[in-house]
Design a protein around this ligand. Structure first.
Ligand code: PMT
Length: 362
């Protein structure tokens, strides 16, 4: 990511890890005392784009919430006017204590952003809510803190992942979608200030914090969830999910016998986009076209056939694009024309799609 990192350590932090380790890791001088460089508490805040306090102990949280400035960290906090991200970490009983909760509420009301803590085994040997958030979640929170909030006020519904169309309790028709493209869209829209509802088929991904997350295993469940979330006044619906096109006509309540099945009769599933796009007052609809080959005409036909406002074409046979990969290459088609991207991360593709949406909306 290329950020320049300056580390400050409290006395407690130095009990766990040496300043030298963090100096080497950050390639920068580490600040351990208010008096090591008497003006650092003014110079550091002036240079920083974001202040990240990870892990934030109950003691540090209490000091920040009450304006106590008795070490380099708490003093820099008072002199800093940019975005602050805190990642609390402590024993679960300490975290639940009303005093800690009150202090956190106060910090959040002042605009501080909190990430975690997570649930799980704690350093003290107990289990509960108090683990430091995963590093990737802290990095995501920092990126969110630094993102422009140009989607503030927008309500966006995003679908992701595959659907499963069951023929019996253990077998289903599905596809290779991992959910990565849809999860990237939900995360970037949230970073940019949108209110996001993410509706997902079964995936191995962790939903981004701060979005409404709904699971929908079958196309019927996804349809109902999309209807319910869109009815809440959604401005945009982004259908990145690979909704199955067929479902078995019959669903057995028990596991089918091997010898009892020679063919599987299928029905078409409900077309979610076509249904929502027929509403009188409807969201702006962005669909995806997953094609095997570079036939853009098929995507254009899907856009007009389903009455979408924008379609994102991806050739799922291309190397490192489409299903399961962290990268994608797309062509975006809409009423004002088209734009093609290079191969890039799904987060970057999500940014470009949302930029295009905002350009058309405004
Ligand atoms: O999840 P990943 O592994 O990251 O992969 C990403 C992706 C390849 C799944 C994604 O980029 C993508 O292309 N998603 C759409 C897949 C798809 O279903 O394409 P389609 O051409 O079959 O459908 C066209 C559009 O109609 C899609 O927006 C789809 O969500 C929608 N649809 C499809 C069927 C149906 N019954 N109802 C629908 O609304």
């Amino acid at each position: 990511m290329g950020a320049t990192v300056t580390v400050m350590m409290t006395g407690a932090a130095r009990e766990f890890i040496t300043p030298l380790s963090l100096q080497v890791a950050s390639q920068n001088a580490v600040h351990t005392s208010l008096f090591q460089d008497p003006l650092a508490h003014i110079a550091l805040p002036a240079q920083a784009d974001v202040l990240v306090i990870a892990p934030a102990t109950a003691n540090t949280i209490a000091k920040l919430a009450n304006g106590i400035a008795d070490d380099i960290l708490s003093t820099v906090f008072l002199a800093y006017q940019g975005p602050v991200v805190i990642a609390p970490s402590m024993n679960w009983k300490m975290y639940e204590h009303p005093v800690v909760q009150e202090n956190l509420r106060k910090l959040l009301s002042l605009g501080v952003m909190q990430i975690g803590p997570d649930c799980g085994p704690l350093a003290c040997g107990e289990e509960g809510k108090g683990r430091l958030a995963a590093v990737q979640d802290i990095v995501d929170a920092v990126i969110a803190a630094l993102s422009p909030k140009d989607l503030k006020g927008q309500k966006i519904v995003v679908t992701a992942g595959p659907t499963r169309e069951y023929m019996d309790p253990v077998r289903f028709i599905s596809n290779r979608s991992s959910g990565k493209m849809g999860f990237s869209l939900a995360k970037i829209a949230r970073n940019r200030g949108a209110e996001v509802a993410l509706i997902s088929g079964p995936t191995a991904l962790r939903p981004p914090q701060g979005v409404v997350f709904r699971q929908a295993h079958t196309s019927d469940q996804m349809f109902r969830a999309v209807e319910e979330e869109s009815e809440k006044g959604a401005d945009a619906l982004i259908m990145a999910a690979a909704v199955a096109d067929f479902k078995p006509v019959r669903q057995s309540g028990v596991k089918l016998e091997k010898r009892g099945v020679s063919t599987i009769a299928v029905d078409n599933t409900v077309d979610i986009i076509s249904s929502i796009s027929s509403w009188k007052k409807r969201p702006f609809i962005i669909g995806f076209a997953a094609e095997t080959g570079s036939n853009i005409e098929k995507a254009k036909a899907k856009m007009s056939g389903k009455n979408m406002d924008m379609i994102v074409f991806n050739d799922v046979t291309e190397k490192d694009a489409g299903f399961e990969t962290d990268t994608n290459r797309v062509v975006i088609l809409d009423k004002i024309g088209s734009t093609s991207t290079e191969l890039m991360s799904k987060d970057e593709i999500a940014c470009i799609i949302l930029d295009r949406y905002m350009k058309i909306k405004t």
